[in-house]
Design a protein around this ligand. Sequence first.
Ligand code: THU
Length: 145
Amino acid sequence: MSARSLSKDQQQALLDAARAAQLKAYAPYSKFLVGAAVLDDQGRVHAGCNVENAAYPEGVCAEAGALSAMVLAGGQRARAVLVVGTGGEWITPCGGCRQRLREFCAPDTPILTASDVAMGPQFTMAQLLPGGFGPDHLEAKGTKP
Ligand code: THU
């Protein structure tokens, strides 16, 4: 799906779901609440929030939660993603989440950004993770150079 073919209604549904998820975030350590939403190949929206942990590295990002919800519901591909930052700041997915998203996105999959008060800029998967490693590379497994 190109960025242009994402309807206003779909964008609004992603924004509403991500903002609702953000309100549920468990981020007592960073106080940085994040919400994410994924539009799947069946037109459904799945959301996630960040869930931190007293053992800091064990916290999980909002995008990971949204992807997990998509997979649990039987979704196979992410057609669009939206991430909401906090404190008036829009954010892009962290490096680890770019790789997580790469698994389910096409190079031209739109990744939308927003803050808790406004939309931010829009990117594609390939812009955020150029030349990324993905499932397609594993199709060559077993061959020798
Ligand atoms: N965080 C996300 O949930 N997604 C991102 O893409 C960036 C960072 C969370 C992790 C942590 O709970 C908090 O934001 C501050 O890093």
